[in-house]
Design a binder for this molecule. Structure first.
Ligand code: ZN
Length: 92
């Protein structure tokens, strides 16, 4: 699945991380420990808290597609509210 993480504070210009995993719980645990993605390690080191706000069923192709769109704030229910959930339907 593909997952979207929302940072509770912006880090430089970053506010989100999109990733792919077969085991979300294990992957989030890795991120909590600063493993698995450079950005998440940097976020942890900076003391920024975060949460996983949504997931999509899909593979790395979907991950790539979502990353390339650079529209994470529009897909994030924290940043965009209910509108974000409607936008998700367009993707799948
Ligand atoms: Zn957000």
């Amino acid at each position: 699945m593909v997952y979207l993480i929302h940072f509770n504070e912006a880090f430089k210009h970053a506010r989100h991380y999109i990733g792919f995993t077969d085991d979300l719980d294990a992957r989030l645990e890795d991120h909590r420990n600063g493993h698995g993605a450079r950005l998440m390690a940097v976020i942890r080191a900076a003391g920024v808290t975060w949460r996983c706000v949504r997931t999509w069923p899909g593979d790395r192709k979907l991950e790539r597609k979502l990353k390339n769109r650079k529209h994470a704030p529009a897909l994030c229910p924290v940043c965009a509210g209910a509108k974000a959930l409607n936008r998700a339907k367009e993707i799948n």
